[in-house]
Design a protein. Structure first.
Length: 435
């Protein structure tokens, strides 16, 4: 948890890698890793989910499009986005599930490749994929639920709920600072070679690891957003306030309430045996791909996640989800299911402008991008785009919300070969016409 750094692309996609990379635990191997891993990543999700219109449109935003509005041709089956995905799959560059949803109704759903090559199980809408950092907004939602209930304040400092931190962190760094990535904290590298054997071992390790954090910039300045502590410490605050493990709290108060029946925090034994969980196919040093969870002795050769293998975690803090479930989650943010509407707006409100990134690729399509709470928001072609992406060796995930027109996109890949940033560019082009 938290071993990857976060940085924004100008288009607001959040992805992840390891040190100073863009995308918070994510992205496509065929694209510049530094630009892709960090804050910002949306993706096409859209399944038949009962569908009130997305009501989370901010004050001053355009109303959702009328129900009879014509859908962009590029989003339809046989359209430009669909043809692009088919080409990727035919070239062996995509294995996973992609969904586009409009007003809660599936417009496009495509599944390619194998979820488990050894057992011959194909990918389909009911397959759950490792989310990596695309799951981090779940933590922000959990915190806002507790704020909504009066059990927690965004101005609470770390020391209000946790012990063992230096005074400068305990007394100065607030929940808001961490969720907005402005804490000024820096964390040491995690032990990527360690193979964990229990939930308790994972929790104890992460508690010790976060207490090695150092304050390297003034809290609130936004000068240091590359710290896993910005996610890991709020996880522990949720546990301290609720008396539940983070995994149990989220499954009960987010997954279950939102109807995310295919999503869970799975242990390594479950990952190995459950036919509904996609295996992650990780590229290794000789260029071949191996099943990460069946080959714990193998690690990624990527310099930004060198030696990492997500299967070594007995359980992680990111979890697994299906594409339809991520559509359900995005809709539950504003209809009162997991948050009151006003707190859904707190989640996605722009908090901090991002510095411009180099021109080129998906990042050049955003007019302005901002940090929100553990996710990215951007103005693209005159409309808002909310998103979060994540990458791990062997997987990539992204979900995107286009609130002006009530579209949701989800991309889930269980292979290193997916060019995630390029896919997201094509998704946004299809939905908004942005180039």
């Amino acid at each position: 948890m938290g071993d990857n750094d976060q940085r924004w692309t100008r288009n607001g996609r959040f992805v992840e890698g390891r040190k100073t990379v863009i995308m918070d635990s994510d992205s496509a191997r065929g694209v510049d890793r530094r630009r892709l891993l960090g804050w910002g990543g949306l993706a096409a999700a859209g399944v038949a989910v009962a569908g009130v219109p997305l009501v989370g449109v901010r004050p001053g935003h355009a109303d959702p499009a009328p129900a009879d509005a014509g859908l962009p041709p590029d989003t339809l089956p046989g359209g430009a986005y669909d043809r692009y995905l088919a080409r990727l799959a035919a070239e062996g560059r995509f294995s996973g599930v992609v969904v586009l949803s409009h007003r809660g109704r599936t417009v496009l759903s495509r599944s390619y490749g194998m979820a488990d090559r050894e057992k011959g199980i194909r990918n389909h809408e009911g397959i759950a994929v490792s989310l990596s950092s695309a799951a981090k907004p779940f933590c922000a939602v959990a915190v806002l639920q507790l704020v909504q209930q009066g059990r927690l304040r965004l101005t609470d400092t770390v020391g209000t709920h946790l012990t063992g931190f230096p005074a400068e962190i305990a007394d100065q760094v607030t929940v808001h600072h961490m969720l907005s990535d402005t804490s000024g904290l820096e964390t040491p590298e995690q032990d990527l070679e360690r193979v964990f054997q229990s939930r308790e071992e994972v929790r104890e390790y992460n508690e010790r690891w976060t207490r090695q954090a150092r304050l390297v910039a003034a809290p609130g300045t936004g000068t240091n957003g590359h710290s896993g502590a910005n996610f890991a410490i709020p996880v522990q605050i949720v546990e301290a306030v609720t008396g539940m493990t983070y995994w149990d709290y989220l499954e009960e108060n987010i997954f279950r309430r939102a109807g995310m029946t295919g999503s869970a925090f799975c242990t390594r034994p479950q990952w190995l045996t459950d036919k509904h969980i996609a295996h992650s196919y990780m590229t290794v040093a000789d260029g071949s791909q191996v099943d990460a969870v069946r080959n714990l002795d193998q690690g990624s050769p990527n310099p930004y996640e060198l030696g990492k293998n997500p299967g070594r975690n007995f359980i992680d803090y990111d979890g697994f989800a299906t594409a339809p479930d991520l559509v359900r989650f995005t809709r539950a943010l504003y209809d009162g299911t997991v948050l009151d509407r006003v707190y859904g707006e707190v989640l996605t409100a722009a908090k901090l402008p991002h510095a411009p990134q180099p021109e080129g690729g998906r990042s050049a399509s955003a007019e302005t991008s901002y940090g929100a709470y553990l996710m990215a928001v951007a103005i693209v072609n005159g409309q808002w785009l909310y998103s979060r992406a994540g990458v791990n060796p062997g997987s990539a995930a992204n979900w995107s919300v286009y609130p002006h027109t009530d579209w949701v996109g989800v991309v889930l890949s269980n292979s290193d070969s997916a060019p995630l940033q390029e896919i997201l560019q094509q998704e946004t082009l299809a939905v908004t016409g942005a180039r």
